[in-house]
Write a protein that binds this ligand. Sequence first.
Ligand code: PMV
Length: 320
Amino acid sequence: MRATAVAQPNIALIKYWGKRDVTRNLPAVGSLSITLADLFTSMQIDLDRTAACDELTVNGIADSDMLPRLSACLDRVIGTDRAHARIVSRCNFPVAAGLASSASAFAAATVAAAAAAGKQYDPDRLASLAGQASGSAARSLYGGFVELRNTDDDIAVSTVLPASDWPLVVVVAITESGPKAVGSTAAMEISRKTSPFYASWVAQQDADLTVARNALQQRDFDKLADIAEHNCLKMHSVMWASRPPLVYWNAATMRCMETVRELRRAGCGVFFTIDAGPQVKAVCLPEHAPRVKDALSATIGVQDVTTTGLGDGARLVAQE
Ligand code: PMV
């Protein structure tokens, strides 16, 4: 049985950082994200009883680093008595560099694996399975503006506003294309155990989510900009104060933030957000996107700039 699914990465405006249950990969806080349109991962999963082991290629090259996490994801979705899988992944953007490649990869893998094995899961169960592979992957199952809520025992994910209701644009400034130094799972545990700011980060998250939700309902860009930048910088403050410190930025990251601040001072509808990597994502009103793109492209140290609108959730594209 073979199935292929496609998913896009998502960028959190109100971030997830820290786990309340490491074994089940349950987040300590809720989060709110936007799913992107033009960066994608496709996952083809071919279950073959004659295969001796799982195999993975990413853009045509064998990848043994990501394979154990994908095999574990397939075990959870299909069951450990499953056939081995030939997994063919294609991705049109740099992996493991703070561009949420794990979110799109595991969202696509979860959907493709369930279809290849003929399993029908209800949406919350599917979100839970994707979230166990990568916390942010659960959000890539949905399109537009997406909220991940903690329930008593698990997570629940839904679209809170479709992309067409507020078609914002994201300009991604790539400042470094290599993989990140510390993966997010290990880094979150370092923050939980050592950062003096971790407890207040967790305590304040619901209030930040409420402000962001209201900003979405009112389509209030400035309100969304203020809370998203605040939440991003608060997460990075938790990281910077961890021991060892978790500093994902480089000099160009800082310059991009300054470019965005200057644009905003000049009346441009734009704000920045940054994840566990050095790339800067500038979220803007569609009419200001060309100006944001030009300004970020001209910022010293920026290697590449990608512009994308908001897109759909993970979906099955082939099943045989
Ligand atoms: O899903 P993970 O384990 O890659 O963690 C994602 C963490 C951040 O990207 C920094 C924030 C977020 O909410 O996406």
